[in-house]
Write a protein that binds this ligand. Structure first.
Ligand SMILES: Nc1ncnc2c1ncn2[C@@H]1O[C@H](COP(=O)(O)OP(=O)(O)OP(=O)(O)O)[C@@H](O)[C@H]1O
Ligand SMILES: [Mg+2]
Length: 339
C-alpha cells in the first residue's frame, strides 16, 4: 500500500520522489485577507493520484488555482508550492507561464473553459505546444498534435484536428482538453471535476483514459471531485477539505474503510449504499460556513453531532492515527458504535 509521506509539519524532510509538495498554503482574498485556503499541507509522488473531496465552497478549486498561479488578482498566496525543487509561490506571471502547461497542467469540469470556441482543436493544441517549443516546424507540431489526439483516443483524430470545439461531443471535447493539457508531458495534472459534466459511460471512458495516460507518463494527478465513487476508483490517497482546511488525509483504502472525521463520516453517509438496506440517506445538516463568518475552533463544530465546548475553542491539528491516516478532530477516534 502507498504510504502517505506528507506530513503535516513544517519540519518534514523533503522526499525526493515527491513531484509536488505544498506547505502551509494560505490563499486570502481582498484587503481584509479573508482566507479561502487556510494552511494546506499536501504532497504527491510520481505516478500517484491524490483525490480531494469536500462540499461545494470548501475551497477545492481555489486550492488548484493557487497551485496553477491562476487566482484572481485580489487574492494573495502565502506558503510554498515546491515543484521538484522550485517554489512556485512568488514567481512572476512570466515565470509561471513557462511552468503552466509545461510542468503542471489543468483540466476543468467544462472543457470549454480551456478550449477557445473560435479556433480549431488542432490549432489550439499546436499553440499550447508552441508556447514551450519555439524550434519545431509547423509540420512536426501538427504531427505531434495529431498523435496527442490519438493518444487520448479521439475518434478520427486527423479529421478532428481541423474541426472546431462545437463540432465535437462533450466527451470528445474533454478528450481534446486532455490532449491539450498533456501535450507538453506535464509532471502534474490537476483535474477539477473532470467528468462531472459527462454522462456515466463517457465519464468511465475518460477516467480509464486518465489512468492509462498516467501509467504511461507517470504524471502525478490531483483529482478534485465531489463524487466519492470516482475518487474511490482513482485515488491512491484522499484529502477531505472543509472550509479551506484539510480535516482528514488518508490512503484511499483507509479513508473509505475507516473514516475518522465526523465530516468524512457524514460525506460517506451521504452516498447511496447498495449493500445495506437503508431507506433514508444520512446527510450532514447545515451548510459550509461563509468566508466572512468562519467559526472559531474546529470549523465543522456547528454542524457536528459530536461537538462540545472544546471544539468551539481549539483548532484541531491533523494527527496521525497511523502512517497512512491523519485526522483533525479532538474526538478521534470516535467510538465505532457512534459512527
Ligand atoms: N473569484 C472569487 N471571488 C470571491 N470569492 C470567491 C471567488 N472564487 C471563489 N470564491 C469563494 O471561495 C470559496 C471556495 O470556493 P471554491 O470555488 O474553491 O470551492 P469548491 O470547493 O471548488 O466548490 P465547488 O465544489 O462548488 O466547485 C467559496 O466561499 C467561494 O465563494
Ligand atoms: Mg470547484
Amino acid at each position: 500500500m502507498n504510504t502517505i509521506a506528507p506530513p503535516h509539519s513544517e519540519t518534514a524532510v523533503i522526499d525526493l520522489s515527491e513531484v509536488i509538495a505544498i506547505k502551509n498554503l494560505r490563499t486570502t482574498i481582498g484587503r481584509a485577507n479573508v482566507p479561502i485556503v487556510d494552511g494546506i499541507n499536501l504532497s504527491i509522488k510520481r505516478g500517484k493520484t491524490l483525490g480531494i473531496v469536500g462540499e461545494s465552497g470548501c475551497g477545492k478549486s481555489m486550492l488548484s488555482l493557487s497551485v496553477m498561479g491562476l487566482v484572481p488578482p485580489i487574492c494573495r498566496i502565502e506558503g510554498s508550492i515546491n515543484l521538484t525543487g522550485q517554489d512556485l509561490v512568488g514567481l512572476s506571471d512570466g515565470q509561471m507561464r513557462r511552468i503552466r502547461g509545461k510542468r503542471i497542467a489543468m483540466i476543468f469540469q467544462e472543457p470549454m473553459t480551456s478550449l477557445n470556441p473560435v479556433l480549431t482543436v488542432g490549432f489550439q493544441i499546436v499553440e499550447a505546444m508552441r508556447a514551450h517549443d519555439s524550434y519545431s516546424t509547423a509540420k512536426s507540431l501538427r504531427e505531434r498534435a495529431i498523435r496527442a489526439l490519438e493518444q487520448v483516443r479521439m475518434p478520427a483524430a486527423e479529421r478532428r484536428f481541423d474541426e472546431y470545439p462545437h463540432q465535437l461531443s462533450g466527451g470528445m471535447r474533454q478528450r481534446a482538453a486532455i490532449a491539450m493539457a498533456l501535450c507538453c508531458k506535464p509532471e502534474v495534472l490537476i483535474a477539477d471535476e473532470p467528468t462531472t459534466a459527462l454522462d456515466v459511460t463517457v465519464q468511465a471512458e475518460i477516467l480509464d483514459l486518465l489512468r492509462d495516460l498516467q501509467a504511461e507518463t507517470q504524471m502525478a494527478i490531483i483529482l478534485i471531485s465531489h463524487d466519492l465513487g470516482v475518487v474511490a476508483q482513482m485515488a491512491d490517497e484522499v484529502a477531505v477539505m472543509y472550509a479551506g482546511r484539510i480535516v482528514e488525509h488518508a490512503s484511499c483504502t483507509s479513508l473509505f474503510e475507516d473514516p475518522q472525521h465526523p465530516y468524512t463520516i457524514g460525506l460517506l453517509g451521504s452516498i447511496p449504499r447498495m449493500d445495506i438496506e437503508e431507506k433514508e440517506l444520512l446527510s450532514i445538516d447545515g451548510n459550509v460556513p461563509l468566508l466572512t463568518s468562519m467559526p472559531n475552533g474546529c470549523r465543522f463544530h456547528p454542524r457536528c453531532v459530536f461537538s462540545d465546548i472544546k471544539c468551539a475553542r481549539e483548532r484541531p491539528v491533523l494527527q496521525g492515527i497511523n502512517e497512512n491516516h491523519f485526522v483533525a478532530c479532538i474526538h478521534s477516534p470516535i467510538e465505532e458504535t457512534s459512527k
